[in-house]
Design a protein around this ligand. Structure first.
Ligand code: MN
Length: 537
């Protein structure tokens, strides 16, 4: 069990008030989960306590750590929203509520839904801290995946790989991404996992001694150069990422040069380049193996580092990564580092994400406008990562301009809706969709035998327009069949295609249907199709 002291010890300068909040949330959660056990047979409270510790390690604020402690208290334990609100206030309740809601969206393996689910999770998080709690929650759950019933393991692992690891990546949280991937890997493909494990062992053995020598040489050279406050460590390539690379390289392990990378963390940017020069004077760089992500950060995540690949005597080809402490923190924890998620302050929280930054997220968040309105001429705080200030600057010039507003309008969200199955699966559809479109989006059989539909528990007619967030349930009957009228109601091409197919099939199958009827239907259909085509052109 994680004692409350361990959580507090990980936090960065908690105030007396912070400490009180965490201690209170700890006691509250422990009591709320009392008597409940996890699949592993351990007390349930182990889980929220571990999640809180992970959040503290990431450098999250007290409200978020408290939310980590309480994140399952409403859903899985005896606590009510009113109690959490009364004991911990609106902010903590808001975060706990957000995490609870996110838990309802489940991914069931349809590739075409992965991206929309990722976007949905981000959009509905409303506060980036909700998403970070969810990532910490998933991370801890993945460490105990082996205890979960086998039939559930694969779905959870796949969801982790397809949804949560990419979200962590796009939030710049490299360490969480890597660990989520490697925890999911064995459940996804046990054989490939074993293979990657063996390849890594073999490669490590090959280079271990040599790498230690290279590390020592560089340490000595850096110290001689007068760079004192530095750190070096060896990072091993993640197994999932190794697996991907092996696939790309036709399983040729001699082509894997970055199995072990030597990481050098120095105080300043100038030290980074000094260290690079030193290393290149000791070891010959491999042509094309040098990348300056300091002057040109990775656009997707803002990642910064110098990468060079050198040829050494003892360890063969070695990748070396050089960065400052801040860059390291940023690479490992991304948006959670430096407290940069706090940037926008409570004023911007109203109904939107506090701090949205990366290109794909930025479009989703109209409230970024609030931030940029205040931003011009104002110096950003010193510890704000560059990509955030750049983003603010980029929008400062055209805040409220038609260009920017049009950009938001044309965004994915403005012409798609997200609706749910009664089990919580997410289906995304174009605006104006009806229950018929919904049914066919799930399965053609469901559409072909649809006999009724419920939206949010109420029976509705087939031509009802479904709205964002609706829960739609399709009622089927074996003998039910599509009618020609459905074509007027369906908006998705997928539904229309299936309906046409089903209509033709039933015409052919009807033994008593005279030729006359068939031609009439066909003629009517043909003229309608013709009209449609004309209308389009
Ligand atoms: Mn949980």
């Amino acid at each position: 069990m994680t004692p409350v002291k361990e959580i507090l010890a990980e936090m960065q300068n908690p105030s007396a008030e912070d400490i009180k909040l965490i201690e209170k949330a700890y006691a509250f959660s422990q009591k709320a989960h009392e008597g409940v056990t996890r699949y592993s047979g351990e007390p349930y409270f182990i889980h929220p306590a571990a999640v809180a510790k992970i959040l503290a390690q990431m450098g999250m604020d007290a409200a978020t750590v408290a939310a980590g402690l309480l994140h399952d208290a409403i859903e899985d334990a005896k606590a009510t929203e009113e109690e959490v609100q009364k004991e911990f206030g609106d902010e903590v309740l808001f975060l706990v509520d957000g995490v609870t809601k996110l838990g309802k969206h489940k991914y069931r393996g349809a590739e075409r839904h992965a991206e929309s689910l990722r976007r949905l999770l981000v959009a509905t998080s409303a506060d980036i801290r909700v998403l970070i709690v969810k990532l910490a929650d998933r991370f801890h759950n993945m460490t105990t995946l082996a205890h979960v019933p086998e039939h559930k393991q694969k779905r959870i692992a796949l969801e982790t790989l397809e949804i949560y690891a990419p979200i962590a990546d796009r939030l710049g949280m490299g360490r969480i991404r890597r660990e989520l991937e490697d925890l999911a890997f064995p459940a996804i493909d046990p054989d490939a996992y074993q293979h990657a494990l063996e390849v890594r062992k073999l490669k490590t053995k090959e280079t271990e001694v040599g790498l230690k020598k290279v590390q020592r040489e560089i340490q000595e050279a850096l110290a001689k150069q007068g760079i004192k406050d530095f750190r070096t460590d060896v990072r091993m390539k993640g197994l999932w990422s190794l697996h991907q690379k092996l696939k790309r390289k036709g399983d040729d392990i001699t082509l894997i040069y970055d199995m072990a990378a030597l990481r050098i963390i120095v105080p300043t940017v100038a030290d980074c380049y000094a260290a690079l020069g030193l290393i290149h004077s000791l070891h010959k760089p491999l042509p094309g193996g040098f990348k300056d992500y300091i002057s040109v950060p990775k656009p997707s995540s803002g990642y910064q580092s110098l990468h060079t690949t050198v040829v050494t005597d003892g360890a063969g080809i070695v990748e070396i990564q050089i960065r400052t402490k801040e860059m390291h923190q940023q690479a490992e924890f991304g948006i959670a580092s430096h407290g940069s998620y706090k940037l926008l302050g409570p004023a911007a929280t109203q109904g939107a994400v506090r701090n949205m930054s990366l290109p794909w997220i930025q479009n989703l968040i109209p409230n970024l406008l609030n931030f940029t309105k205040k931003a011009p001429g104002k110096e950003a705080p010193a510890n704000v990562p560059r990509w955030i200030t750049e983003l603010a600057e980029a929008h400062a010039g055209n805040t409220g301009s038609t260009e920017f507003v049009e950009g938001l309008k044309s965004d994915f969200f403005s012409h798609r809706i997200f609706v749910f199955t009664p089990r919580g699966d997410v289906i995304d559809l174009p605006i104006g969709s009806t229950p018929i479109d919904f049914a066919y989006a799930i399965h053609s059989d469901l559409g072909d035998h649809m006999n009724g539909a419920k939206v949010n528990g109420k029976l509705v007619s087939f031509d009802t327009t479904i709205e964002n967030g609706d829960v739609v349930e399709i009622i089927t009957r074996e003998s039910a069949r599509p009618t020609a009228k459905w074509l007027d109601v369906a908006v998705t091409s997928m539904a229309r295609r299936h309906i046409r197919g089903a209509l033709e099939l039933s015409e052919r199958r009807l033994p008593s249907a005279p030729m006359k009827v068939d031609t009439r239907v066909l003629r009517k259909k043909a003229s309608k199709e013709g009209k449609k085509k004309k209308g389009k052109g």
